[in-house]
Design a protein around this ligand. Structure first.
Ligand code: HEM
Length: 467
């Protein structure tokens, strides 16, 4: 980890200036209505108008300060676990779905889990999954026909879910009937969880002095129960069988701490559900936005096809091709800049924090938005333009480290980043030479900042075979 250029300055006196300007909050609702109507527009507007450290009221019980300078983002992300925490455990829905897995846990518990899981995500281990990524993509592409209309987002969701299920649990959701319950439970869980977490109704109900169950909460609990039962059954089977399946579960089962202890069934459940959820919608969105942008930028598509022809030719792509697919990597980087699947990170200062002269009190929320920062014209000239060519080595070297961070950073950097980048590249190299997707005018494509940044009403396309 690089030495920190900027350190938290502990605030000794509450008399420090507390300018924290921001839009006027309404009584009780704060800025929730404005935020709820158009979260991305709201964040862009208030950060442009008030600058780094703008104070808004979105949550019921605490203020949110939005930080937009790369050096402050660095300070927050690098100090998570020291002077900042995630604070996700306070959220009952997160606890219910993700338990104490890598995304939600903190402190020593998180560190132990991360150390146990990290080797499974080593670049070389991930390379072994390349074959599954390509063969599952081919299987899907073989089902498509020229002229067919489909929801590309739904197709990418299904594909990345099948891939993560195979790589993680060695189960084939497509072929194995017993496993189809897993796919169904994950789909229901993700849909219900996303709508609950981002629901304005929930945000309003939370402001009531008594607890009201959310509509759909029962369905979510049932899906969690169904998935848990299936996962516990697979884990029990594996423990008895003792065979190495070469999947993530085998690696997690084999992982041992210095004292020789491994993960309990409950820890395994929490990590597996976390990986299921963190590991497929994000990549599905990346691919959907990639095809969307390629449909509008035929010269970029041409550049990709030339690279595939030159570097891969007529054979199937493999993980070994990845380092040579330089333009492909630039394209994916640019997609992750314009449509970052994780568009918002949240942290909680464990002590008062003076950020650019603004006092951010302990216990408040610090919000960081990739959507806002990746479109800052100071760092990205013509920020709205899809321009993969901007990603030259010189450009990257000159860019402040935390002006662009689709995978977060610091100790909580995405553990699946190499998996995701390889998967996106291999799916693209498998599909693009065969098919073109024409995005249909209806429904209009609009990014929706749900748990991840997805197209609000899916993405209807018509498929055409390339000649
Ligand atoms: C393009 C795809 C992906 C994007 C953009 C993405 C983005 C992120 C980001 C921004 C974080 C940090 C969150 C924070 O600091 O609060 C994160 C964490 C995480 N991601 Fe990803 N992710 C992607 C794919 C994946 C995949 C494929 C997996 C697993 C197979 C995965 C598993 C995780 C896990 C377990 C964490 C928590 C790590 C920790 O706190 O120790 N992600 N991801």
């Amino acid at each position: 980890m690089p030495p920190m250029a900027y350190h938290c300055r502990k605030v000794q006196s509450m008399k420090e200036s507390n300018r924290s300007p921001g839009p006027r909050p309404l009584p009780i609702l704060g800025n929730l209505l404005e935020f709820g109507k158009d979260p991305l527009g709201f964040l862009t507007r208030v950060t442009n108008q008030y600058g780094c450290g703008v104070k808004v009221r979105i949550e019921a019980e605490r203020d949110t300060y939005i930080v937009t300078h790369p050096e402050h983002v660095e300070e927050v992300l690098l100090n998570t676990g020291r002077t900042f925490q995630k604070g996700y455990q306070r959220h009952p829905l997160m606890r219910l779905v993700l338990g104490n897995g890598l995304v939600t846990s903190e402190g020593d518990f998180w560190l132990r889990q991360r150390r146990l899981a990290q080797p499974a995500f080593h670049r070389q281990r991930i390379a072994a999954f390349g074959e599954t990524m390509v063969s599952y993509t081919k299987r899907l592409a073989d089902e498509w026909q020229s002229g067919q209309k489909l929801d590309l987002h739904a197709a990418m969701m299904r594909l990345t879910m099948e891939i993560i299920a195979k790589c993680m649990l060695d189960i084939d959701l497509h072929a194995d009937r017993r496993s189809s319950g897993v796919g169904h439970a994950v789909e229901v869980m993700l849909a219900e969880y996303s709508s609950q977490m981002t629901s304005a109704v929930r945000a309003i109900l939370e402001r009531l002095p008594f607890r009201v169950p959310m509509p759909g909460e029962g369905k979510l609990r049932a899906a969690v129960g169904e998935l848990d039962a299936l996962i516990y059954a697979v884990v029990a089977e594996r423990r008895t069988e003792g065979k190495d399946h070469g999947d993530l579960l085998s690696m997690l089962l084999a992982a041992q701490d210095d004292d020789g202890s491994g993960m309990s069934d409950e820890q395994l459940r929490d990590e597996l559900v976390t990986l299921f959820l963190a590991g497929h919608e994000t990549t599905a969105n990346t691919l959907t936005w990639t095809f969307y942008l390629l449909a509008q930028n035929p010269q970029v598509t041409e550049g990709l096809l030339e690279e595939f022809k030159r570097e891969i030719g007529d054979r199937s792509p493999t993980a070994n091709d990845y380092p040579r697919l330089v333009y492909t990597q630039q394209v994916i980087k640019e997609v992750l800049r314009l449509y970052p699947p994780v568009w918002w990170l949240s942290r909680e200062p464990l002590e008062d924090w003076l950020c650019d002269g603004i006092l951010i009190p302990k216990g408040s929320e610090v919000g960081i938005s990739q959507w806002v920062m990746h479109r800052d014209p100071e760092y990205f000239p013509e920020p709205e333009r899809f321009n993969p060519e901007r990603w030259t080595a010189e450009f990257e070297n000159a860019l402040p480290r935390y002006a662009y961070f689709p995978f977060g950073g610091g100790p909580r950097l995405c553990i699946g980043n190499n998996f995701a980048l390889l998967e996106a590249a291999l799916i693209l190299t498998t599909i693009l030479p065969i098919y073109r997707f024409d995005v249909l005018p209806e429904p209009v494509v609009k990014p929706e900042p749900s748990l991840t940044l997805r197209p609000a009403s899916g993405m209807q396309v018509q498929i055409a075979t390339r000649l």
